[in-house]
Design a protein around this ligand. Structure first.
Ligand code: HEM
Length: 160
């Protein structure tokens, strides 16, 4: 039944790819609206941005949990694991830590911190750069090295 409605689900090795787009979109939206709120001096925009930041931190937690769960089962060569999977994991754990700190800061000094405001906005932009770089490692694993396993079935059996 589900297979008929969502045939793409059959090809998933794990649910990590289903959830990764949420933190990217929520956190990018939060940064955009926070910058607009600051430039336009609109508090209503800052409230929306704060909620996006909270959703971003929450969905990043889910993405990290599903990523850590997926990690041992991904069949990539040790070199790909070392050069792409490990940096991807490190970037995303760092992004989760930074996103969580910013979310707590935003709630405590809601909706847009008045003290060290420019530093807050700078850290948000830094988070976007970190997310983009981390996602690039993830995308390269899947599209350059078949970590998703769809270009050819895994495990790739030995043939003479
Ligand atoms: C905020 C947290 C995270 C985000 C936004 C994220 C994002 C991504 C993206 C965009 C991809 C490429 C997916 C595709 O194009 O289909 C990917 C793949 C992958 N990521 Fe993450 N990731 C996160 C955390 C982690 C963590 C902590 C790990 C742990 C090692 C991890 C392990 C993987 C693995 C194994 C893949 C390969 C595809 C798979 O089997 O799921 N990710 N990730």
């Amino acid at each position: 039944m589900v297979d008929k409605f969502l045939p793409g689900l059959q090809h998933l090795q794990n649910i990590h790819p289903l959830v990764v787009h949420f933190p990217v979109a929520f956190l990018a939206g939060a940064a955009l609206l926070y910058v607009l709120a600051w430039l336009a001096g609109r508090e209503s925009l800052a409230w929306t941005a704060m909620w996006l930041l909270l959703l971003g931190a929450l969905s990043a937690t889910i993405a990290v949990a599903t990523g850590l769960y997926a990690e041992p089962g991904v069949m990539v060569a040790p070199s790909v694991r070392a050069e792409l999977l490990v940096p991807h994991k490190r970037f995303m754990l760092g992004n989760l830590a930074l996103g969580s700190v910013l979310a707590v800061w935003a709630v405590v000094a809601r909706p847009l911190p008045a003290k060290r405001r420019l530093f807050f906005l700078f850290l948000l932009l830094l988070l976007l750069v970190g997310l983009t770089k981390g996602a690039d490692y993830g995308g390269r694993m899947v599209y350059d090295y078949n970590a998703g396993g769809n270009a050819c079935g895994q495990p790739i059996d030995f043939t003479q």
